[in-house]
Design a binder for this molecule. Structure first.
Ligand code: ASP
Length: 345
């Protein structure tokens, strides 16, 4: 690690910085200086560490797109001062936030690493210390040319560095809370940190200035298809005036009921110009609407394949693309493109 590295730790809240309220026993956030007191190991690195604390600190269940806009603006503002950014964030919505940031930051040439923990940092068996220390080390790591080793938006958790927009929270109690079923880990922390260089994205031009796009259109809903779904629910989700786009969480390789009423509602929504995106309910694998007649029918009705995108990433991609244009046909085309490594294509 080079002496010159400097890292900004951005503290938004989450279990990592919580402690038990003596009155009602619930976990509530405490301030950043107390986190640093719990991790004296950070002082052993030849890295300059500054911090920025959001006010108020939040449980990430309260995250709204406004936080993503603030994060993107803060990273843009402080971009030239630091070699990398570590975002302390609750685990509940970390995959949504990391996905959103991946689409909002363009020409990223420095690491933006989200991390947090399952147990608060003050608890003896906490996973927060290791997560924070390794995230800082990775954020500061550079190659011989002085370029960051992982210039992506990622999540570090339980010794794995995962691409943010490929990650999903898979456990509410195991230390391995995140997985990236459709894409290999970017790095693994053992005795040494092993970087999987061939799967890490790099900017086309290292010196290009960071650009951010903070326009987000949140008129998107997610509908999980299930046996017994009714026409009323379908119509409410797909044809309501409040939505521009709907993520249909379908079965297996992108299948849904083949009943006429179901397809009629899908066609009606498509005629209304809604963006309909097909994302599988399976935790791994891809949508392939050519495989079964039921998938083919959805495709013919105007549904766009999300391929192997996660639901979290699909939501963020739609917010971002709808925010960029009023033209739903343009959005549909861009959904099929691999914008930030979020789909295998
Ligand atoms: N509810 C917490 C949060 O997401 C859980 C966590 O941090 O692990 O903020």
């Amino acid at each position: 690690m080079k002496d010159a590295s400097s890292i900004l730790i951005i503290y938004t809240g989450g279990t990592i910085g919580m402690r038990q309220d003596p009155v009602d026993g619930t976990l509530k956030p405490f301030d950043f200086s107390q986190i640093v007191d719990e991790v004296p190991e950070l002082g052993k690195y030849a890295v300059k560490i500054d911090s920025y604390t959001f006010d108020p600190l939040i449980d990430s269940s309260d995250v709204e797109p406004g936080l993503w806009q603030s994060l993107a603006s803060l990273i843009k503002e402080r971009y030239d001062e630091y070699d990398g950014f570590v975002v302390l964030h609750g685990t509940d919505t970390m995959a949504y936030s990391a996905s959103a940031l991946s689409f909002m930051l363009d020409n990223l040439a420095k690491p933006v690493i989200f991390t947090g923990s399952q147990l608060p940092i003050g608890v003896p068996r906490t996973d927060g210390k290791e997560n924070l220390i390794s995230a800082v080390e990775i954020a500061a790591a550079k190659d011989d040319n002085g370029h960051s080793l992982v210039p992506e938006v990622s999540i570090f958790f339980d010794s794995q560095l995962l691409r943010g927009n490929r990650s999903t929270k898979v456990s509410s109690e195991e230390f391995r809370a995140f997985q990236s079923p459709g894409y290999p880990a970017l790095a693994e922390a053992g005795i040494n940190i092993k970087y999987n260089r061939s799967v890490i994205m790099r900017p086309e031009v290292w010196s290009a200035p960071l650009r951010i796009s903070t326009a987000l259109d949140t008129r998107v809903s997610i509908l999980k298809i299930h046996p017994g779904i009714t026409p009323q629910v379908m119509r409410y989700f797909l044809c309501g005036p409040e939505t521009r786009a709907v993520i249909l969480e379908t079965y297996g390789s992108g299948n849904a009921p083949s009943s006429q009423w179901f397809l009629d509602i899908v066609k009606e929504a498509a005629r209304m110009g809604k963006v309909l995106m097909n994302v599988t309910q399976c935790s791994s694998g891809t949508v392939n609407m050519d495989l079964y007649a039921t998938g083919k029918a959805l495709q013919k009705a105007g549904v766009v394949s999300g391929l192997d995108i996660t639901t979290e990433s699909a939501l963020a991609k739609l917010f971002h693309l709808l925010g960029a244009s009023d033209d739903n046909e343009w959005v549909k085309k861009r959904l099929g493109e691999n914008l930030k490594g979020e789909i295998s294509k």
